[in-house]
Design a protein around this ligand. Sequence first.
Ligand code: PLP
Length: 342
Amino acid sequence: MTNRLGRLMQFPRAELAHKPTPIDQMPNLSVVVGNTQLYVKRDDCTGLAFGGNKVRQLEFYLGEAVAQSADTVLITGAIQSNFVRLTAAASCKLGMQCHIQLEDRVAGVDKAYKNSGNVLLDRMFGANLHYYDKGEDEIGADRRIRSIAQSLKEQGRRPYIIPLAPGHPPLGSLGYVLSAQETINQMETNNFRFDEIVVASGSGHTHAGLLFGLRALNCDVKVTGICVRRDAVAQRKRIHSHCTEIARLLEMNSPVEESDINLNDDFLAPGYGKTNPPTMKAVKLAAQMEGLIVDPTYTAKSMAGFIDIARCAEPERVMLFVHTGGQPAIFGYEPKLTEYFT
Ligand SMILES: Cc1ncc(COP(=O)(O)O)c(C=O)c1O
């Protein structure tokens, strides 16, 4: 890591991820889209419990938890949250207890969504489950998790909360600052240069960390975030604020310009966790062209955005899709997917 990001290596880190993740060509999808060279960075293969982007983020949160001698980890997320599932798995690996709060963020969901996929895995990892039924309410969900932590403290435990709402140091983003270095190394070693990188933008820690890391290392590849949780206007503010906070953590000026923050919310409707026709088409294309599994909430939406951008791109453009994981969630969408594929 260059001196510019030297401070990054001073943060405590729990080694959880298999790294570097491979970059594969997507030759069949390239033909379907036409005239572009499409690649995928397999962050769905980060190793722990079905993998995904959150493993890189957890390395920094749980590194801090270990450094603080925590014995219990708490996290809140959507019912089919991949972050929650991976926190439960990592807690097992690190010998900690885990309390998770599942938020009823997606209206009208069925039994499969409530019990299968990630929820089944949360149970397998022995996590203590709590429910938050107020819908989309980041601040309220965080408040509730703090009160659970307080009662655990009163019982003599040493809790560590992975925060959800903005206003906390974006430790998770640091995992993607590191990943930017990894991607640059892979470009250099394999002698290719991407014109554009496309990634899902939810909490924004992946998008912000990657963009920040690339710019800090003087790499000007375009990064486009596909909105999966909120519209582009709201998400832009969030990415900007994460970049400012990452700069504060790393004790440097942010290398990210306003104009560097590219967002596309064309595939978000009808909302978080809800599918639309291009999303379902992306599930099919990824599976049947490249044998890749993408999930309806995150990676199918970002794949739909990636395909759309690639279709409109200038000829011979070289594009990278960051596959951020989410596979277990497909079982939470089993009825919808069965209907689509029948
Ligand atoms: C599979 C998957 N991809 C992408 C994202 C979005 O990442 P971020 O929250 O860092 O924006 C998430 C978030 O939970 C996820 O689970």
